[in-house]
Design a protein. Structure first.
Length: 130
């Protein structure tokens, strides 16, 4: 894995440049913002929306039929806001990376270490249903 720390720094710099860190945020604020992105993903799912779509230019109609692209052709998003389940999940990751960038966390090393540990755990460790 490489470049995730660099991407986290870029995400954080963008957030700073757009005023999202003009005032200090608490850790609780960060968690709540991540949770809100996950809730938005759930609402997209519950509404039957696709993984990725956009609002058609000049209308309130969602373009989901392939007319202006699809998940296999993300280049069509130029000038349009991407929407959908996968986009909201990405927003959560972006929030986390923003925080990692601010805190100087080596997220690459942490992910690699945690993944290596998870590979040693027994099948459905703890046996919980969810």
């Amino acid at each position: 894995m490489e470049n995730l720390n660099k991407f986290a720094a870029e995400v954080h710099q963008n957030a700073v440049e757009h005023g999202w860190w003009d005032e200090e945020r608490s850790f609780g604020d960060i968690v709540a913002l991540c949770h809100s992105e996950l809730s938005e993903a759930l609402e997209e799912f519950r509404s039957g929306r696709p993984m990725v779509y956009c609002e058609a230019l000049g209308t309130n109609k969602a373009c989901m039929d392939g007319e202006c692209g699809g998940i296999e052709c993300l280049s069509w998003f130029t000038g349009r806001k991407p929407e959908g389940i996968a986009v909201e999940m990405a927003d959560c990751i972006i929030r986390i990376l923003d925080w990692c960038g601010k805190e100087g966390i080596d997220i690459e090393a942490i992910l690699e270490e945690k993944h290596a540990y998870n590979k040693t755990r027994p099948y459905r460790h703890g046996g919980k249903a969810l």
